[in-house]
Design a protein. Structure first.
Length: 504
C-alpha cells in the first residue's frame, strides 16, 4: 500500500488539499433547508453548478491519483466504500454520486471535495476506537457535500474562478509530487491561497451544520449517534493544549467545548442504539497496521503484544507472516480462520494468496473457485482471483471474470487497469487499448482516453463487432471535446505511452 511519494510529498500533498477543500467548504454561513421543501436551486448554481462541481472534483482526484496518494488496496477500498454508501443512503444527497476513498497518510484527517469525493486517511481509521466514531466523521463529510458548502463558499467569493481553484490544487499536488516544498510554500503565500488559509480560522457555521445533519445521518444508518462527538472530544482532550503535532483533523475541523456540548445534546435527542462493530472494521484496522508497519516483523510483534485472541489479531498475524514470506505459517492461520468463520471473504482471500505464495497453485485455485461460487462478484475476491489466473497463464479466464464484474459493479480505475492487463496477456491488444481508454476516462483525462480508443481501432486483429463498438465510443467521447480540440485531431505522446503500458 505504501505509495512511491517522497517524504515531503506524503506530508504536503493530501494535507494541503484537505486544508484547501475544507477552507472552501467553510466560508459562508448557511441555513439548513427542510427536506420537505422543493429545491428551487441556489444562487451558488450560477457560479458552480453540479456539472462544474463534478468536473472540479474529477480534476482534483486525477491529481491525487497521479501523485500516488490514493490507496489502491481492494479490501480497504471495499470496506470504506461499503461504510460510506451505508451513510450516503440515509442522506438527502442531491443526486450526488459519492466516491469514498482512502488516503495513504498516517495522520488523522478526512475531507470532502467537490462532486461527492470523500477521502479518509489511514491514520483516522487507526485512531478511531469504534466504528461509530469513524462513521461519525464520514457522516460529517457527507453532509458537507449534500449541503453544497463548497459551491456556496465559492459563490460568496466570486473573485476566485473555478479554473483558478483547480489550477491551485493541481500546482500544490505537482509541487508535492516533485518534492518541491519551496514551491509549495511559496504558492501558499500567494494572495488566493493565503485568503483560503485565513478562512479556516474564522468560519464555523458550516461545521455546525455538518455536525447537526451528519448526526442525523449517523443515527439513521444504525450507528451510535454519540460517535461523532466522542471522537472529536477524544482528540480535543488529547491535543487541546498542544502547540505541536496537532492532528490535521483539528486544524481543518476546529473543535471547541461548546461545539462538543452541542453535539452531545443533539445526540441525546436521537434514538439511542448500541452499535456492534462490523468485522470489516476490525480487519481494516489490522490490515492498515500491517501495511503501515516499518517491516512485517514489527507488525507481527505489535500483534503478539495484544492481550487477546481475537479474529482480527489472528488475521493481522497471518498477514504479517505472509509478508515475511513465511507463507506456510500464514496458510495454516488463514485456514483456521476460514474453518471458524466460513462466511468471511477476507479470510478466504488470504488463504488462497498464501497457498499461491507457497507454490500450492492447484489448491489455491480450488479455494478461489469455491469462494467465487459462494460470493459471486465480490470485488476484492474477483481481483485477487484474476491476478492469480494471470500469474498462472490463464488470462482469458481472468478477462472473463473481470468483464462480468465490470458489467455488473461500477469499477475502480485499478480494476479497469487489471482487465486491460488480462486482455493484453490474452493477446487481445485492441480491447486492452480500449480498456485503457476507459481507465483514462475514469480518472478524468478525456484526451488520453480518446488517444487510447484511436489506438484500439488501429490494433491488429480487431473484428467487426469490436471495431463498431470502438468507433461508437470514439464518436461519443470526441463529442465532449471543445470544438478546437476536435478539429486538431489525434494527440500523441502520453497516449502512446499509456498504450505501451497496457501492452506490457
Amino acid at each position: 500500500m505504501r505509495s512511491h511519494l517522497s517524504k515531503h510529498a506524503m506530508t504536503w500533498g493530501p494535507k494541503i488539499v484537505a486544508c484547501l477543500c475544507a477552507a472552501l467548504s467553510w466560508h459562508s454561513a448557511c441555513v439548513a433547508q427542510s427536506r420537505e421543501l422543493p429545491d428551487f436551486g441556489s444562487p451558488a448554481d450560477t457560479i458552480l453548478n453540479r456539472s462544474k462541481e463534478a468536473q472540479l472534483g474529477r480534476s482534483v482526484m486525477l491529481q491525487l491519483r497521479s501523485a500516488g496518494a490514493i490507496v489502491e488496496d481492494p479490501q480497504l477500498t471495499e470496506y470504506i466504500r461499503i461504510l460510506g454508501s451505508r451513510l450516503a443512503s440515509q442522506a438527502n444527497n442531491g443526486d450526488f454520486d459519492f466516491n469514498f476513498f482512502v488516503i495513504d497518510d498516517q495522520r488523522i484527517n478526512a475531507f470532502a471535495m467537490p462532486g461527492g469525493h470523500i477521502g479518509v486517511h489511514t491514520g483516522l481509521i487507526s485512531a478511531s476506537e469504534n466504528e461509530s466514531e469513524l462513521a461519525g466523521v464520514l457522516a460529517h463529510e457527507v453532509s458537507h457535500v449534500t449541503q453544497r458548502h463548497i459551491a456556496r463558499s465559492i459563490y460568496d467569493n466570486q473573485r476566485m474562478s473555478i479554473v483558478s481553484i483547480a489550477t491551485m490544487l493541481a500546482a500544490i499536488l505537482i509541487g508535492a509530487a516533485t518534492d518541491s516544498t519551496e514551491a509549495t510554500q511559496g504558492l501558499l503565500m500567494g494572495s488566493q491561497a493565503a485568503q483560503l488559509q485565513r478562512q479556516i480560522n474564522f468560519t464555523r457555521s458550516n461545521e455546525h451544520e455538518a455536525d447537526r445533519i451528519g448526526m442525523g445521518v449517523l443515527a439513521a444508518a444504525g450507528f451510535d449517534p454519540n460517535g461523532m462527538a466522542s471522537f472529536f472530544e477524544k482528540l480535543s482532550i488529547r491535543y487541546g493544549a498542544a502547540r505541536q503535532n496537532v492532528p490535521q483533523m483539528l486544524q481543518t475541523h476546529p473543535v471547541t467545548g461548546s461545539r462538543i456540548a452541542e453535539a452531545r445534546g443533539r445526540a441525546r435527542q436521537l434514538p439511542q442504539r448500541e452499535h456492534i462493530d462490523s468485522r470489516g472494521y476490525s480487519l481494516a484496522k489490522a490490515r492498515i497496521m500491517v501495511l503501515n508497519a516499518a517491516t512485517p516483523d514489527v507488525a507481527l510483534a505489535q500483534f503478539d503484544e495484544l492481550d487477546d485472541d481475537s479474529p482480527a489479531k489472528r488475521y493481522g498475524r497471518a498477514l504479517a507472516l505472509s509478508r515475511m514470506t513465511l507463507s506456510d505459517d500464514a496458510e495454516r492461520l488463514f485456514r483456521s480462520l476460514v474453518t471458524d468463520f466460513p462466511t468471511v471473504i477476507t479470510y478466504r482471500i488470504g488463504h488462497a494468496e498464501a497457498l499461491m505464495a507457497s507454490g500450492y497453485t492447484e489448491l489455491a485455485m480450488e479455494v478461489y473457485e469455491e469462494a467465487s461460487e459462494l460470493f459471486p462478484r465480490n470485488v476484492p475476491l474477483t481481483i485477487s482471483y484474476a491476478e492469480a489466473l494471470i500469474d498462472t497463464r490463464q488470462p482469458a479466464k481472468a478477462h472473463s471474470f473481470l468483464l462480468d464484474l465490470l458489467n455488473n459493479v461500477p469499477p475502480t480505475p485499478a480494476q479497469i487497469q487489471l482487465i486491460a492487463r488480462a486482455a493484453n496477456a490474452e493477446g487481445d491488444v485492441g480491447n486492452a487499448q480500449y480498456y485503457m481508454g476507459e481507465y483514462w476516462l475514469s480518472v478524468g483525462n478525456l484526451p488520453l482516453a480518446i488517444d487510447q480508443i484511436r489506438m484500439a481501432l488501429e490494433a491488429p486483429g480487431v473484428d467487426i463487432v469490436d471495431k463498431a463498438r470502438f468507433e461508437a465510443k470514439l464518436e461519443l467521447w470526441t463529442s465532449f471535446l471543445p470544438e478546437d480540440d476536435r478539429r486538431r485531431g489525434p494527440r500523441r505522446g502520453r497516449g502512446d505511452e499509456a498504450g505501451g503500458r497496457s501492452r506490457g
